[in-house]
Design a protein around this ligand. Structure first.
Ligand code: PLP
Length: 354
């Protein structure tokens, strides 16, 4: 792929590392590539970060034909730049695009675009402990028109944001509200795709939980409102009597890269892992009688988020006395050590950018 480069006259001032937060600052450049039926993918370019002209009738603004991804570039102590399993993000975006009737981005093109932009922005990758450059590839329908059909033109873009450690004070548990009224996904819907519409539909539940003093919601399945699926925008795990439970990938749950990596580690460490439906009643019962030993959410942004409390219909169970469980901490430590190049990557998960 030929990538045109348009230089910026003046570079931005970089924020202080201790003030990064998450997703507040964006780098100097962005990647763009257009698609239409005649030319297919064309005009790949890295241009100064900034607003983009968009026709008010652009179909994405009306019918939400949009998909996205999220991954990070990590700087190691000896100055190398690593990505973590970016091929999985590339493949997941293909599934998302197919579900939304959008043209796919070939895996090689996705990886080349991510690497080219990170190379240009390598000075933006912070190097303090557990900081990184968050990479956000996304694609949307640009065709102007108000009729529902697969659009005839799209743009694929990538922007980057330097992010601080998600947990500057260390990994601490959060309180989770079990949501019964709103649902996130049903089979046959778009739950397995990373598309903007899923999140638009979920913010009402998040706002409701926040009002009640909870960090996130635990989503139940959309049909029976019975089986646990995800927590907020993370996959969710439970350790019950020494064995691990997480929801199966059957169309309603997003196939997280972190989830897959955790399952691999757990199996290698000898744990029995159940990718099975777990009912909220069984979960609460395990919480009541002390069998629920640990729980956490998993995703690229925070890696691992320990769950210290569940509220279901007003009943509250505490998990691990509202402290981070040993296995939860070990998973966090192992994954982050691989991502930041501190221990040997025996799984060949990291990909160095030269
Ligand atoms: C992105 C996302 C995840 C986590 O996926 P990772 O690849 O681990 O970052 C989980 N659930 C939902 C709904 C998501 O959007």
């Amino acid at each position: 792929m030929k990538i045109r480069f348009e230089e910026r006259k003046q570079l931005k001032e970089k924020p202080k590392t201790n003030e990064l937060g998450f997703g507040k600052y964006f780098t100097d450049y962005m990647f763009m590539c257009d698609w239409n039926e005649e030319e297919q993918w064309h005009d790949a370019r890295i241009v100064p970060y900034g607003p983009i002209p968009l026709d008010p009738a652009s179909m994405v603004l009306h019918y939400a034909q949009e998909t996205f991804e999220g991954l990070k570039a990590y700087k190691t102590q000896d100055g190398r730049i690593l990505l973590f399993r970016p091929d999985m993000n590339a493949r997941r975006m293909m599934y998302s695009n197919k579900r939304l009737s959008m043209p796919v981005i070939p895996e090689e093109m996705f990886l080349e675009a991510v690497e080219a932009l990170v190379r240009v922005e390598k000075d933006w990758i912070p190097d303090q402990e557990r900081t990184s450059l968050y990479i956000r590839p996304f694609m949307f329908a640009t065709e102007a028109g108000v009729g529902v059909h697969p659009a005839k033109s799209y743009v694929f873009m990538i922007v980057c944001s330097p992010v601080g450690s998600y947990y500057p004070e260390g990994v601490n548990p959060v309180k989770i509200y079990v949501e019964e009224e709103f649902v996130r996904a049903v089979r046959g819907g778009t739950g397995f795709a990373k598309c903007g519409g899923n999140y638009a539909g979920s913010v009402a539940a998040q706002a409701k939980a926040a009002k009640l003093g909870y960090t996130q919601v635990l989503w139940l399945d959309g049909v029976h409102r019975k089986y646990v699926e995800e927590v907020g925008t993370m996959n969710v795990f439970f350790k019950i009597k020494g064995e691990i439970y997480t929801a199966p990938i059957e169309g309603t749950v997003l196939a997280g890269v972190t989830r897959d990596s955790i399952l691999t580690l757990l199996k290698d460490w000898g744990y029995t892992v159940h990718e099975e439906h777990l009912s909220i009643d069984d979960l609460m019962e395990a919480g009541r009688n002390g069998d629920l030993e640990e729980s956490f959410g998993s995703g690229t942004a925070a890696v691992i988020t320990p769950i210290g409390e569940l509220n279901y219909r007003g009943e509250i169970v505490k998990i691990h006395q509202f402290t981070t469980g040993e296995l939860t901490q070990k998973l966090y430590d192992t994954l982050t050590a691989i991502q930041w190049g501190e221990i040997k990557d025996t799984y060949l998960w990291t990909r160095e950018i030269f």
